[in-house]
Structures are given as C-alpha cells and as structure tokens.
Design a protein around this ligand. Structure first.
Ligand code: ATP
Ligand code: MG
Length: 120
C-alpha cells in the first residue's frame, strides 16, 4: 500500500448531534491523519455539482436539501491506503447494514442522513 489522500465530509446530521470529535477520533485511531479541515455550509450550486453523478436518482433533491441544511466538516484524510481505510471506518451506505462500530452504524440516522461521505 502507498500513502494516499482522500476526501471526507462529516454531514449535517452528525455536526448537529455534536459527534465531530468522536468521528475524527475514529479516523485518527485507525491511523489516518487530518491533513486539512474546514467547517462550512455548502452552497446548493456546489452541492449539485458535487453530487452530479446522482442527479437522475429519485433521492437527488432530498440529498441536496439535506447536505445544504447546516454546517458540514470538509476534510482531507491522509495515510497508508487511506481510500479503503476510510470506507472501512465509515461502513455501508445504509446505517442498518453497516458493520457494528463503524461511523455509520454509530451515528447514521437513515440511508440519506448517514453521518459521513467518503470519496474514492
Ligand atoms: P458517499 O458517496 O456519501 O460516501 P456512498 O458512496 O456509500 O456514500 P452513494 O451511492 O455514492 O453512497 O450515495 C451518495 C449518498 O446519497 C449517500 O451517502 C446517501 O447520503 C445518499 N443516498 C444513497 N442512496 C440513497 C437512498 N436510497 N435514499 C436516500 N439517500 C440516498
Ligand atoms: Mg459515493
């Protein structure tokens, strides 16, 4: 494996619940470093561009409404095999199917409001 950088978002439901620290701790405990981080509200336009691959899906409007509903934390995670490691730590898209102990199992509220995004 080689050192990689991957993009992560702590979604509005997780920021609202006050679990930013817990989520970052899980990344750090797994050996990932927070290489950059910013708390911000994403604009509708940026969000629609970011999720363009899903624009024909029935949940697109709901996804954009949710992702722009409050502050998120944008992060760059770095480390050995960061892309795969991030996916493992996040768990499956649907929190009900996510492995116990994963971020989505712990903090996800639904398939849409699933606490974190991971790129790659
Ligand atoms: P992400 O890209 O956010 O890391 P993912 O790769 O596990 O998640 P995708 O299939 O890329 O999942 O879906 C992107 C996002 O769209 C999901 O994280 C979720 O918030 C939302 N989403 C996916 N499927 C549904 C659905 N059936 N209903 C509502 N929202 C959904
Ligand atoms: Mg995806």
């Amino acid at each position: 494996m080689s050192k990689e950088v991957t993009f992560s978002i702590i979604k509005p439901n997780a920021v609202k619940k006050g679990v930013i620290g817990n989520i970052i701790e899980q990344f750090e405990n797994a050996g990932l470093k927070i290489a950059a981080a910013k708390l911000t509200v994403i604009s509708r336009k940026k969000c629609e561009e970011f999720y363009a691959e899903h624009k024909e899906r029935p949940f697109f409007g709901e996804l954009v409404d949710f992702m722009t509903s409050g502050p998120v934390v944008l992060m760059a995670l770095s480390g050995e095999g960061a892309v795969l490691k991030n996916r493992e730590i996040m768990g499956a898209t649907d929190p009900k199917k996510a492995a116990p102990g994963t971020i989505r199992a712990k903090h996800g509220d639904s398939v849409g409001e699933n606490a974190v995004h991971g790129s790659g």
